[in-house]
Design a protein around this ligand. Sequence first.
Ligand code: AHR
Length: 503
Amino acid sequence: MKASVIANRDYTISRIDDRLYGAFLEHLGRAVYSGIHEPGHPTADKNGMRDDVAQLVRDLNIPCVRYPGGNFVSAYNWEDGIGPVDQRPTRLDLAWHTSESNKVGIHEFAAWCKTVNTEMMLAINLGSRGLDEARNFVEYVNGPVGSYWGDLRKKNGHAEPFGAKLWCLGNEMDGPWQIGQKTADEYGRVAYESAKALRAFDKSLELVVCGSSHSDMKTYPEWERIVLEHTYDSIDYVSLHMYFANRAKNTTNYLALNHKLDTYIATVQSTINMVRANKRSKRKVHISFDEWNVWYHSNEQDKEILGGNKGWPHAPRLLEDIYNFEDVLQVGCIINTFIRRSDVVKIACIAQLVNVIAPIMTEPGGPAWKQTTYYPYYFASRFGRGTALNLAVNCPGYDADLADNVPYLDAAAVLDDAGKIITFFLVNRNASENLEVSFDLQGFGKPTVIDHQTIKHDDLEARNTLAKPETVTPKKGNGAVIEDGKLKLSLAPLSYTMLRVGV
Ligand code: AHR
């Protein structure tokens, strides 16, 4: 099967905000405890943080990490996580039916962010708590010494403000599962008042308001409209979340799901534009897609704990999806969608980062390893920085349940800031045929292939496990050629490719 792609230097989508490659870490399962934090582990640093995990995180070059939740944040007392570690309270976590020891709090998380070279994206509790705790938390994190909260932070070992710029006003406040769920009007009011207080403290903070938890919510997209009517001129981003699943074991439909993602983004963009017009506002509000991933493999095994049948365990194995090769293709398509919509999606966070629906897994006392999905995220985060090119793709398609004529080729491309390298991210959705792709690079110099990596496995169910951590890994490709001034490449059936071309 043949496909053609035109990339023209003058046809661009947007400069990509680096934070498109963010991640999310929640106090949930083993994300924190025995994930990033395991005192006594052979690689643990003086704060008890695992350096083997930190190294895998560093390699990903993650620009920001959202913390501490998630559903967890909606009943979280941030004050429980400060002061001497051995005096911190253990609390019941109502979101995940577990115990929270609070051995990791804001100081430990901030220190860890420094070691992995990332920025904090902090969520405040607008579920069980409200405006006052929100402003206190922000002042504790960012306020000057000489004020009550700044002095307390200094007493707790950190005189310098942490300087967190990016703040989420609650989490999934439309969800019936959320502690302190609100109607759109109730949430819109409290979000507006919180934004006002936070901005009175520091105008330069970037604020994220909750959109719908997902696009199947009954209140979507009216939720976005109402919340934005309350908050439009006070916030910077609307938060969206989406998780992907292949419960029906239908690869064709599964790999068409990013069509739904695309529609979701387009609908919320229209809602933003409508409210902007209603308000005659000059302000540009963008999307923070701060939870996205594949999530379904672990659903069955989680039922006992989530149903409360195991009491209140501390850091149990929860949401530990073990990803397969098929999920590599899905993650590739999701990230491609974000690149193509980088005009409106400025922040996106893979949910989550370690152990909990994550690209990195750990064994307590043992190794850390890369899940299959680590690789497409790694390639995009390392090499997808720059300007998204507006590709013209010509390729046959297929009809899926969600959409007709889904192109077999899913493609995105990024021109680096020096204007010298185009990186293509390509997924062949065709299960039986190679895709012979011809690239016409217009307005660029003579192309040379710099790097070509492919991920392919004959078994869609192949996984990386503790016993076999390298079952699915990228391999160097060598089939890209320049013919008649065009770049040509054959993509194997159901495969992921990253191609870096010097121009
Ligand atoms: O990432 C897991 C959970 O998914 C988060 O806690 C919540 O925000 C979402 O429903």
